[in-house]
Design a protein around this ligand. Structure first.
Ligand code: SF4
Ligand code: SF4
Length: 227
Protein backbone atom coordinates (compact mmCIF):
# COMPACT_ATOMS: atom_id res chain seq x y z
CA UNK A 1 0.00 0.00 0.00
CA UNK A 2 1.40 3.23 -0.88
CA UNK A 3 0.43 6.76 -0.66
CA UNK A 4 2.13 9.91 -1.78
CA UNK A 5 2.05 13.03 0.31
CA UNK A 6 4.56 15.83 0.39
CA UNK A 7 5.09 18.32 3.17
CA UNK A 8 3.49 21.67 2.63
CA UNK A 9 5.81 24.67 2.53
CA UNK A 10 6.43 25.79 6.12
CA UNK A 11 5.34 29.33 5.22
CA UNK A 12 1.87 27.97 4.51
CA UNK A 13 1.84 25.90 7.70
CA UNK A 14 2.98 28.95 9.69
CA UNK A 15 0.11 30.96 8.28
CA UNK A 16 -2.42 28.44 9.58
CA UNK A 17 -0.81 28.06 13.00
CA UNK A 18 -0.07 31.69 13.82
CA UNK A 19 -2.92 32.08 16.33
CA UNK A 20 -2.02 29.03 18.42
CA UNK A 21 0.46 28.30 21.18
CA UNK A 22 0.74 24.57 21.78
CA UNK A 23 0.52 21.84 19.22
CA UNK A 24 0.06 18.09 18.96
CA UNK A 25 1.98 16.66 16.01
CA UNK A 26 0.02 13.61 14.92
CA UNK A 27 1.47 11.39 12.20
CA UNK A 28 0.05 8.45 10.29
CA UNK A 29 2.25 5.42 10.04
CA UNK A 30 -0.17 3.56 7.82
CA UNK A 31 0.77 4.07 4.21
CA UNK A 32 2.39 7.51 4.48
CA UNK A 33 5.41 5.68 5.88
CA UNK A 34 6.29 4.64 2.35
CA UNK A 35 7.41 8.16 1.64
CA UNK A 36 9.03 8.94 4.94
CA UNK A 37 6.84 11.68 6.31
CA UNK A 38 6.09 9.78 9.52
CA UNK A 39 9.68 8.71 10.06
CA UNK A 40 11.14 9.94 13.38
CA UNK A 41 13.78 12.10 11.66
CA UNK A 42 11.17 13.81 9.52
CA UNK A 43 8.90 14.41 12.54
CA UNK A 44 11.84 15.83 14.46
CA UNK A 45 12.59 18.27 11.65
CA UNK A 46 8.92 19.31 11.51
CA UNK A 47 9.01 19.80 15.29
CA UNK A 48 12.08 22.03 14.96
CA UNK A 49 10.34 24.16 12.31
CA UNK A 50 7.22 24.45 14.46
CA UNK A 51 9.26 25.58 17.42
CA UNK A 52 10.94 28.20 15.25
CA UNK A 53 7.43 29.54 14.64
CA UNK A 54 7.14 30.11 18.40
CA UNK A 55 4.78 27.20 19.18
CA UNK A 56 5.44 24.51 21.78
CA UNK A 57 5.12 20.95 20.54
CA UNK A 58 3.28 19.27 23.44
CA UNK A 59 3.67 15.78 21.99
CA UNK A 60 4.41 13.80 18.86
CA UNK A 61 2.09 10.86 18.35
CA UNK A 62 2.38 8.29 15.58
CA UNK A 63 -0.66 6.16 14.84
CA UNK A 64 -1.15 3.42 12.27
CA UNK A 65 -3.99 4.39 9.94
CA UNK A 66 -5.41 7.77 10.80
CA UNK A 67 -8.14 6.93 8.31
CA UNK A 68 -9.60 4.52 10.90
CA UNK A 69 -12.06 6.57 12.93
CA UNK A 70 -12.29 4.36 16.03
CA UNK A 71 -8.53 4.19 16.27
CA UNK A 72 -8.28 7.96 16.03
CA UNK A 73 -10.94 8.38 18.69
CA UNK A 74 -9.08 5.99 20.96
CA UNK A 75 -5.76 7.77 20.56
CA UNK A 76 -7.20 11.23 20.98
CA UNK A 77 -9.05 10.07 24.13
CA UNK A 78 -5.81 8.76 25.56
CA UNK A 79 -3.44 11.47 24.39
CA UNK A 80 -1.40 12.21 27.53
CA UNK A 81 -1.46 15.88 26.94
CA UNK A 82 -4.94 16.33 25.55
CA UNK A 83 -5.61 19.28 27.84
CA UNK A 84 -2.31 20.82 26.82
CA UNK A 85 -2.56 21.51 23.13
CA UNK A 86 -4.79 23.92 21.28
CA UNK A 87 -4.18 22.77 17.72
CA UNK A 88 -3.33 19.53 15.90
CA UNK A 89 -1.03 19.31 12.88
CA UNK A 90 -1.59 16.06 11.01
CA UNK A 91 1.05 14.35 8.89
CA UNK A 92 -1.04 12.09 6.66
CA UNK A 93 -3.11 12.01 3.52
CA UNK A 94 -6.25 14.11 3.23
CA UNK A 95 -8.40 11.30 4.59
CA UNK A 96 -6.44 11.13 7.84
CA UNK A 97 -6.75 14.89 8.32
CA UNK A 98 -10.50 14.75 7.75
CA UNK A 99 -10.99 11.91 10.23
CA UNK A 100 -8.92 13.64 12.92
CA UNK A 101 -10.75 16.88 12.25
CA UNK A 102 -14.08 15.14 12.79
CA UNK A 103 -12.97 13.47 16.02
CA UNK A 104 -10.95 16.23 17.68
CA UNK A 105 -12.06 19.14 19.84
CA UNK A 106 -9.16 21.23 18.61
CA UNK A 107 -8.66 22.87 15.19
CA UNK A 108 -6.86 20.44 12.92
CA UNK A 109 -4.59 21.26 10.00
CA UNK A 110 -2.82 19.26 7.31
CA UNK A 111 0.97 19.22 7.18
CA UNK A 112 0.93 17.62 3.73
CA UNK A 113 -0.50 17.83 0.26
CA UNK A 114 -1.68 14.51 -1.10
CA UNK A 115 -0.80 13.66 -4.68
CA UNK A 116 -2.03 10.94 -6.94
CA UNK A 117 0.18 8.14 -8.15
CA UNK A 118 -2.62 5.77 -8.93
CA UNK A 119 -1.98 3.86 -5.74
CA UNK A 120 -4.63 2.77 -3.32
CA UNK A 121 -5.40 4.80 -0.25
CA UNK A 122 -5.49 3.49 3.30
CA UNK A 123 -8.28 1.81 5.24
CA UNK A 124 -10.79 4.52 4.41
CA UNK A 125 -13.78 2.73 5.92
CA UNK A 126 -15.51 5.99 6.75
CA UNK A 127 -17.20 8.45 4.43
CA UNK A 128 -14.15 10.67 4.09
CA UNK A 129 -12.38 10.63 0.79
CA UNK A 130 -9.47 12.42 -0.86
CA UNK A 131 -8.99 13.15 -4.55
CA UNK A 132 -5.23 13.54 -4.07
CA UNK A 133 -5.41 17.03 -5.52
CA UNK A 134 -1.88 18.06 -4.50
CA UNK A 135 -2.98 21.28 -2.77
CA UNK A 136 -4.88 20.46 0.37
CA UNK A 137 -7.40 23.16 1.25
CA UNK A 138 -8.89 21.54 4.34
CA UNK A 139 -7.76 24.47 6.56
CA UNK A 140 -10.13 26.76 4.68
CA UNK A 141 -13.07 24.34 4.71
CA UNK A 142 -13.28 23.18 8.30
CA UNK A 143 -11.56 19.88 7.61
CA UNK A 144 -14.22 18.73 5.10
CA UNK A 145 -12.97 18.20 1.55
CA UNK A 146 -15.19 20.05 -0.93
CA UNK A 147 -13.79 18.03 -3.82
CA UNK A 148 -15.19 14.81 -2.41
CA UNK A 149 -17.92 15.81 0.07
CA UNK A 150 -19.71 17.85 -2.60
CA UNK A 151 -21.08 15.70 -5.43
CA UNK A 152 -20.03 18.36 -7.94
CA UNK A 153 -16.69 19.09 -6.29
CA UNK A 154 -17.61 22.76 -5.92
CA UNK A 155 -14.88 24.86 -4.34
CA UNK A 156 -16.65 28.04 -3.38
CA UNK A 157 -20.00 27.27 -1.86
CA UNK A 158 -23.10 25.24 -2.60
CA UNK A 159 -24.99 24.97 -5.85
CA UNK A 160 -28.57 26.15 -5.93
CA UNK A 161 -30.01 22.70 -5.40
CA UNK A 162 -29.21 21.95 -1.78
CA UNK A 163 -32.44 21.32 0.13
CA UNK A 164 -32.58 21.13 3.92
CA UNK A 165 -28.99 20.11 4.09
CA UNK A 166 -29.31 17.30 1.54
CA UNK A 167 -27.40 17.06 -1.74
CA UNK A 168 -29.56 17.56 -4.81
CA UNK A 169 -27.65 14.86 -6.68
CA UNK A 170 -28.12 12.13 -4.06
CA UNK A 171 -30.79 13.48 -1.68
CA UNK A 172 -31.52 10.08 -0.18
CA UNK A 173 -27.98 9.19 0.71
CA UNK A 174 -25.84 12.31 0.96
CA UNK A 175 -25.76 15.36 3.11
CA UNK A 176 -24.77 18.46 1.14
CA UNK A 177 -21.00 18.77 1.45
CA UNK A 178 -21.23 22.53 1.71
CA UNK A 179 -23.83 22.23 4.44
CA UNK A 180 -21.29 20.10 6.32
CA UNK A 181 -18.56 22.67 5.72
CA UNK A 182 -20.80 25.48 6.95
CA UNK A 183 -21.73 23.57 10.11
CA UNK A 184 -18.09 22.72 10.84
CA UNK A 185 -16.91 26.31 10.36
CA UNK A 186 -19.82 27.65 12.39
CA UNK A 187 -18.99 25.31 15.28
CA UNK A 188 -15.36 26.39 15.13
CA UNK A 189 -16.29 30.09 15.09
CA UNK A 190 -14.63 30.44 11.66
CA UNK A 191 -17.47 31.47 9.36
CA UNK A 192 -15.15 34.30 8.31
CA UNK A 193 -13.39 31.73 6.10
CA UNK A 194 -16.51 31.61 3.94
CA UNK A 195 -16.13 35.20 2.82
CA UNK A 196 -13.39 37.03 1.02
CA UNK A 197 -11.16 35.57 -1.61
CA UNK A 198 -12.48 32.57 -3.56
CA UNK A 199 -10.65 29.27 -3.35
CA UNK A 200 -8.69 28.73 -6.54
CA UNK A 201 -6.83 25.49 -7.08
CA UNK A 202 -3.84 24.71 -9.22
CA UNK A 203 -4.71 21.23 -10.45
CA UNK A 204 -1.31 20.82 -12.07
CA UNK A 205 -0.03 20.19 -8.54
CA UNK A 206 -1.77 16.82 -8.50
CA UNK A 207 0.89 15.54 -10.92
CA UNK A 208 3.56 13.71 -8.93
CA UNK A 209 7.13 14.92 -9.36
CA UNK A 210 9.40 12.59 -11.25
CA UNK A 211 11.55 11.67 -8.24
CA UNK A 212 8.51 10.43 -6.35
CA UNK A 213 7.32 8.36 -9.28
CA UNK A 214 10.80 6.80 -9.42
CA UNK A 215 10.67 6.12 -5.70
CA UNK A 216 7.26 4.50 -6.08
CA UNK A 217 8.59 2.30 -8.85
CA UNK A 218 11.62 1.31 -6.78
CA UNK A 219 9.41 0.30 -3.87
CA UNK A 220 7.11 -1.69 -6.13
CA UNK A 221 10.12 -3.38 -7.71
CA UNK A 222 11.31 -4.45 -4.28
CA UNK A 223 7.90 -5.88 -3.54
CA UNK A 224 7.55 -3.75 -0.40
CA UNK A 225 3.80 -3.23 -0.53
CA UNK A 226 2.58 -3.86 2.97
CA UNK A 227 -1.14 -4.25 2.40
S1 SF4 B 1 -8.28 19.16 -0.56
FE1 SF4 B 1 -9.35 17.19 -0.57
S2 SF4 B 1 -8.58 16.16 -2.39
FE2 SF4 B 1 -7.13 17.80 -1.93
S3 SF4 B 1 -5.53 16.79 -0.67
FE3 SF4 B 1 -7.05 17.75 0.74
S4 SF4 B 1 -8.50 16.08 1.20
FE4 SF4 B 1 -7.34 15.47 -0.65
S1 SF4 C 1 -26.31 20.04 -3.11
FE1 SF4 C 1 -24.41 20.46 -1.99
S2 SF4 C 1 -23.17 18.57 -2.17
FE2 SF4 C 1 -24.81 18.45 -3.69
S3 SF4 C 1 -23.90 19.21 -5.56
FE3 SF4 C 1 -24.92 20.98 -4.59
S4 SF4 C 1 -23.38 21.93 -3.29
FE4 SF4 C 1 -22.58 19.93 -3.86
Amino acid sequence: MMLLSRLKPFDEIRDHLKDFETLLLLACNGCGESFGNAEPECLKSIEAEIEKMGLDVADILTVDFLCEQLLVRHWLDHANCKENFDVILVVSCGIGVQVVSKESQQPTYPACDTITIGARLGQAWGRESCKECGQCILPQTGGVCPLTACSKGLLNGPCGGSQEGRCEVFPETRECGWHLIYKRLEAAGRKDLLVGRPLIKDFSLSEPPEELVSLRNEILAKGEETL
